[in-house]
Design a protein. Structure first.
Length: 135
């Protein structure tokens, strides 16, 4: 009877040592701070419409959480899940209310090709100028 208890104890200890899913470090991101004169709700809607209109293979696929109590909206942007490949985190977008409109923090992993161009496209999408942003 003592052997199964010993095995369960060892398994429980090893499970506690498992490493969490790997998260990119802050240094792995290129960050851009921008503001718009539009309220968060309008900026967010522009962003959502832009991601629907543009080819997600070029700018990523948007996945947003519900708005936080303080009005912030956090979105993860994932790479194109092509032919059975798992989606990987491309970057994040955080929209925060500000007295003059919206403050946004756009972050993209430095390993992503054309990362500066993609950040610029995300910024343009926030303003509602979809046709100008889509490559």
């Amino acid at each position: 009877m003592k052997l199964p208890i010993l095995v369960l104890t060892v398994v429980a200890m090893l499970a506690g040592c498992a490493t969490p899913q790997r998260q990119p470090k802050d240094t792995a991101f290129l960050t851009k701070h921008v503001t718009t004169s539009l309220p968060v709700a309008r900026t967010f809607e522009n962003l959502r419409q832009g991601f629907r209109y543009c080819d997600f293979a070029n700018i990523g696929a948007l996945n947003c959480r519900p708005p936080e109590k303080n009005g912030d909206i956090l979105c993860d942007v994932y790479t194109n899940p092509a032919a059975g490949n798992a989606k990987t985190l491309m970057g994040t977008i955080r929209l925060s209310p500000e007295s003059t409109g919206t403050r946004a923090v756009l972050r993209i992993q430095t390993r992503v090709a054309k990362n500066e161009d993609i950040l610029t496209a995300w910024e343009i999408l926030m303003s509602g100028k979809v046709r100008e942003a889509c490559p």
